[in-house]
Design a protein around this ligand. Structure first.
Ligand code: GCW
Length: 661
């Protein structure tokens, strides 16, 4: 018996028997690993959903489900077609990857309770790369992990377990096709992953992912030639260093099949990189790109680069500006097997940030959007926060880059500038907890990321409804109740923590719970600079100049207090407490109201959840109930601490006379 659940692949027995007829028999003329995975999944699903042992048949015409390849279909490598005719399901694709995706989609539709009769569906992923980044450490801990320890590592060892197969199934079922399996901060022994010490296990793990069409990436230490082999430097232009990487890549790619390449965090938060040798990021990335090129490998290079040693007196340095300042001058200088991975916002996964100005800025460089499913700053999987609406805002953002298709979704899919290597990556929120994600409702974020990366047009509502049907209940009242909770959860979280784009009022390092001045007295350069008159950072041209990194259409909006979207007001401007918002409220009154409201909203969500007691599986009900109790406490604390902080700074009382400590 395994001690983990199956999340959205639970295939709970289904009452509606309409689709039962398809599951009598299955036919395919294909073999190979991916098709084997598809057939296995059909077997599992038919047994669990309908209690049927499905038969494999050679009789193509009579088969209830038929999986076939037709190379002439215009569906690319991963697309598929699902049709129903005369009580038979045909899943067709040009390549086996498409067949596997088509199979999962069909099974998920059945499991969600959809009537398949008459279906005729063709789908192609919009993003070529749809990737997860594990921040798992080799000691078994997970950086920013909120769902238990890693199921990839334990005490310095790589673990090959059945759970990884189930993970691969989950990821493949929502269209993920790449994964990096170790933390971008490569340290404490993880440097040695790319040595004989770990190749056997890595080979097996990459084999498991390979069966599900997922290519495996490793994060590497840029200084590995020094760390592993005592070379005097890691200078990317040094010949000995270049040879070292060439040899190393030959070794890795021959030992580990299905390697996609490396994901690299360099010159960021203390990680080594090319700066130490007076080289730039293109020098660093291209050196590695050339070493992996003979094996068709890719280098994914992160743009999360900033000076984390800012003096508080320095009002010109702005962490928000750093990504653009570092990478914009290098546009067009990266090899064609390098991809720059850019966080959705310029700072760090806050509950609300403007979109990173490198999107649209970089026009001659492969690029991927990085989002964070792990809820580092959004409640740490204790508080509910459905993130798909936020990611959709980012994807729909019109950059004004002068091309007809100018949204972030257009750009990262390759439509705007014609890149082939691009897409979306996300920091995973999974761990060893039975439900994979700590908070059961955080499963919607993992599921949702995959669905959205496949098709950014699907609505946040649709995704949530699908996910609830698969993982919690097919009952329409339950679906309505839970989707209502999820769909408002991010706004609620924002209200009681950091409204108006202020960000970073969390406890330093740990990043949960309120500590309004925590980052004011640390060196990380993420100040909000609240004093007795005003709060916020002037990032207009009169301030740090960050607003000017955008194309004029957006720069014009952001640089003026009057036109700036209010939910980002304090991100872009320093505003007195007496400033009147569009609602007519003063800034300080808005802050008070928002926090009181956020806390009240949590209590309402908690009451709504408690109504579900007899309607959903008990274990899920109880686990989430416990999370809501903690969220209620957390929101109460935020409300009290932040309101009290601003009251003591401004000495302006709440117009409603509520209790402020
Ligand atoms: C993996 O390191 C993380 C770090 O824990 C996190 O607090 C910071 O926000 O972002 C870093 C990054 O994205 O590299």
């Amino acid at each position: 018996m395994c001690n983990w659940e199956q999340a959205w692949l639970a295939y709970e027995p289904i009452e509606n028997q309409k689709n039962r007829k398809f599951f009598e028999s299955v036919y395919t003329d294909q073999n190979g690993e991916l098709v084997k995975s598809a057939l296995q999944e059909i077997e599992t699903a038919s047994e669990k959903l309908f209690n049927i042992q499905i038969i494999k048949t050679d009789d193509r015409e009579k088969a209830g489900i038929r999986l076939e390849i037709d190379p002439t279909l215009d569906l690319g490598m991963e697309g598929y077609e699902i049709t129903e005719e005369n009580d038979r399901i045909h899943i067709r694709a040009a390549r086996v990857n498409g067949l596997l995706y088509g199979t999962f989609r069909f099974l998920l539709m059945v499991s969600a309770g959809k009537d398949i009769t008459g279906i005729s569906l063709q789908e192609n992923p919009q993003n070529p790369i749809r990737m997860l980044n594990q921040w798992d450490n080799i000691d078994g801990s997970i950086e920013r992990g909120y769902a238990g320890n890693s199921f990839f590592y334990e005490n310095g060892k790589v673990c090959v377990t059945k759970r990884i197969t189930d993970y691969a199934r989950l990821l493949c079922s929502v269209g993920i096709n790449a994964i990096s399996i170790n933390n971008v901060n490569v340290r404490d022994g993880a440097e040695w992953l790319i040595t004989e010490k770990h190749y056997n296990e890595l080979e097996q793990i990459s084999g498991i992912f390979g069966k599900y069409g997922i290519s495996m990436y490793l994060c590497i230490d840029f200084a590995a030639p020094m760390t592993l082999d005592g070379l005097p430097c890691a200078d990317p232009l040094n010949e000995e260093v270049r040879n070292w990487w060439e040899k190393k890549c030959g070794e890795i790619f021959s030992r580990i099949p299905n390697m996609g390449g490396f994901l690299v965090k360099a010159d960021s938060e203390g990680r080594p990189g090319p700066f130490a040798y007076g080289r730039n990021h293109a020098d660093g990335a291209n050196m590695l790109a050339r070493a992996v090129k003979p094996y068709g490998g890719t280098i994914i290079w992160r743009c999360f680069v900033y000076n984390c040693q800012q003096d508080w007196r320095d009002r010109r340095t702005d962490r928000a500006c750093a990504g653009y300042d570092n990478f914009m001058p290098l546009d067009g200088k990266f090899d064609d097997n390098v991809i720059l991975q850019i966080k959705n916002g310029p700072i760090d996964f806050q509950v609300r940030e403007p979109v990173h100005p490198l999107f649209g800025g970089l026009q001659h460089t492969n690029q991927m959007l990085e989002v964070q499913i792990a809820q580092e700053y959004t409640g740490q999987q204790i508080d509910v926060c459905y993130l798909v609406p936020m990611w959709k805002e980012v994807l729909n953002f019109s950059t004004g880059c002068g091309k007809p298709q100018d949204t972030v979704a257009d750009i990262v899919s390759g439509r705007t500038f014609g890149q082939q290597k691009c897409g979306m990556a996300a920091v995973a929120n999974t761990g060893k907890d039975a439900n994979w994600t700590g908070h059961d409702l955080a499963g919607a974020n993992l599921y949702g990321f995959g669905r959205l990366a496949w098709n950014p047009q699907i609505s946040a509502e649709e995704i949530v409804q699908e996910w609830i049907s698969l993982q919690i209940s097919r009952d329409s009242d339950v679906k309505k109740m839970i989707s209502d909770i999820l769909l408002r959860s991010r706004e609620v979280y924002e209200k009681y923590t950091a409204p108006l784009g202020i960000g970073f009022m969390v406890n330093p390092a740990y990043h949960y719970g309120p500590n309004p001045e925590g980052y004011e007295y640390s060196k990380w350069g993420t100040y909000h600079r609240a004093d007795h008159l005003a709060v916020g950072v002037d990032r207009s041209e009169k301030g740090t100049g960050y607003s000017e990194q955008y194309f004029e259409k957006n720069a014009a909006l952001y640089r003026d207090t009057e036109s700036c979207p209010e939910n980002l007001l304090l991100f872009f401007h320093r505003v007195p407490y007496t400033y009147r918002l569009r609602s007519g409220k003063t800034l300080i009154q808005h802050i008070y109201d928002s926090h009181f409201e956020g806390y009240a909203d949590v209590q309402k969500m908690q009451r709504d959840w408690n109504c579900l007691e007899d309607k959903i599986p008990q274990h899920i009900f109880q686990r989430v109930k416990e999370r809501f109790m903690r969220q209620a406490e957390n929101s109460r604390e935020w409300c009290d601490v932040i309101n009290s902080f601003f009251y003591r700074k401004s000495m302006i009382p709440d117009e409603m006379g509520r209790e402020i400590f």
